[in-house]
Design a protein around this ligand. Structure first.
Ligand SMILES: Cc1cc2nc3c(=O)[nH]c(=O)nc-3n(C[C@H](O)[C@H](O)[C@H](O)COP(=O)(O)OP(=O)(O)OC[C@H]3O[C@@H](n4cnc5c(N)ncnc54)[C@H](O)[C@@H]3O)c2cc1C
Length: 398
């Protein structure tokens, strides 16, 4: 099936292509090619965000009045598709994709005026303080406490799996402000400056051997009450709203990137004396992924229309999160099949921008790290099992 776009969408696509042709430097292209995780290495992410910010394109999903582009849902989609096709680097997602939309929906005017411009410009890099040891899927059981002290809260406790905390200067965190009633009713949502006295970060090394994750401790950390989003003890609804944006991750865009990479490599990879691109078993795997990517794209378009008409993505986020993550992992398995023995050497230095000495062709370098890192996709932001629980409850009414 081929989607036909109206003429003005073709013009829009060409405008995006012209921009990418002129702005993607060799370094940015190399950073995009070497991306092996949800997280882009911070320097390249910041450089790419600066280019987008200068053009006014850093937050296409935001309403125009807050610095968005004013594009239609389809135009935003085309932009993401072209970025994936050109292999742009990623940007730090937690400010632009999560905290920003959450503040637009739930923040006060003062919070929006202060934080949104800093998210757009990249001055504030955010991390997410939801999970705690023992409170992941069962997030509402969280224990980090915020006790009222005049105009401030005093925060004590610990958050875990905090991605890129070591590169962030702000954290949005869920804290317990009451032990009365249902656990969900005693949670508040705070915006905390990572420079505040009493915050300590310790690294956790992931499966692939990289430092992306952390545990963050709060020891008598003083946070102004003005940094609370929403009412006291009403943070659960703010948290859930933000999660809808987190789970609505446009998996098809990343899927297309992995698929294009696999297709290109299959043209160069020999197996049993012929190219994998000509092997019917391999091609059938690629075709099956193409069909899944199309189905995901259609569902994403439906969610985009809902956002465009002023809503949040809704429960379709959970469908996209589970199916998107599982399909991405299949694409990564295909990558491993392509890499074969080139996937064995561990070459972290070679994945840094500017390093050009490695074993095997460059195209195979990111395949094993990407496979290992993307194991997290069916866990982070709510595991596939939890997404299915949400689908059962909110969509199927079970
Ligand atoms: C790479 C990575 C990055 C992350 N980044 C962040 C971050 O930046 N900030 C943050 O706050 N958190 C982050 N997380 C945490 C993530 O959100 C949690 O790992 C996730 O919610 C699962 O919680 P858990 O690890 O405690 O596992 P558990 O909740 O202990 O789950 C263990 C297993 O039991 C299953 N399970 C649990 N409850 C149910 C149920 N009711 N029904 C069916 N199955 C169930 C789960 O699906 C899972 O398979 C990250 C996680 C990873 C892996």
């Amino acid at each position: 099936m081929e989607l036909k776009y109206p003429e003005d969408e073709k013009e829009f696509r060409e405008m995006v292509q012209n921009f990418l042709d002129s702005e993607l430097t060799d370094e940015l292209k190399e950073a995009g090619r070497k991306k092996t995780s949800v997280w882009q290495e911070p320097d390249s992410a910041a450089s790419w965000q600066a280019v987008l910010y200068k053009k006014g394109w850093a937050a296409p999903d935001w309403p125009e009045e807050y610095g968005g582009t004013g594009w239609s849902a389809r135009q935003r989609y085309i932009f993401s598709q072209e970025c994936a096709r050109y292999g742009t680097p990623g940007i730090a997602p937690m400010g632009l994709k999560m905290c920003g939309p959450m503040l637009i929906g739930h923040g006060t005017k003062e919070q929006k005026d202060y934080y949104l411009p800093k998210i757009l410009s990249g001055e504030h890099i955010w991390c997410q303080g939801y999970s705690e040891p023992g409170s992941g899927s069962d997030l509402a059981s969280l224990k980090t406490s915020a006790v009222s002290d005049g105009d401030d809260y005093i925060v004590n406790g610990t958050k875990i799996w905090t991605s890129h905390a070591q590169h962030s200067n702000m954290i949005f965190a869920l804290v317990r402000t009451s032990n009365e009633g249902r656990v969900q009713q005693g949670i508040s949502f705070l915006l905390i400056d990572m420079e505040t006295t009493g915050i300590e970060i310790k690294p956790i090394i992931n499966l692939e051997g990289s430092h992306e994750l952390n545990q963050v401790w709060f020891n008598d950390v003083r946070v102004p009450k003005a940094n609370r989003v929403g009412k006291e003890n009403n943070g659960w609804s703010v948290a859930k709203y933000l999660l809808e944006f987190e789970r609505f991750s446009m998996a098809s865009v990343e899927l297309r990137r992995l698929l294009n990479r696999a297709k290109n490599l299959a043209k160069e990879t020999q197996s049993d004396g012929k190219k994998l691109a000509e092997d019917s078993a391999f091609r059938s795997k690629i075709d099956s992924l193409e069909i899944k990517a199309l189905a995901i794209e259609m569902s994403e378009n439906r969610a985009l229309s809902s956002i465009e008409s002023g809503g949040s993505p809704g429960s379709i986020s959970s469908v996209l999160s589970a199916i998107g993550a599982e399909t991405l992992q299949i694409a990564d398995e295909l990558g491993l099949e392509l890499a074969a023995y080139y996937g064995l050497p561990k070459q972290p230095k070679a994945l840094e921008v500017g390093h050009h000495q490695f074993v095997g062709p460059e195209g195979y370098l990111p395949l094993t790290p990407s496979f290992l890192n993307n194991r997290m996709r069916t866990i982070a932001g709510g595991s596939s099992e939890i997404q299915r629980n949400i689908i059962a409850k909110t969509i199927l009414g079970l």
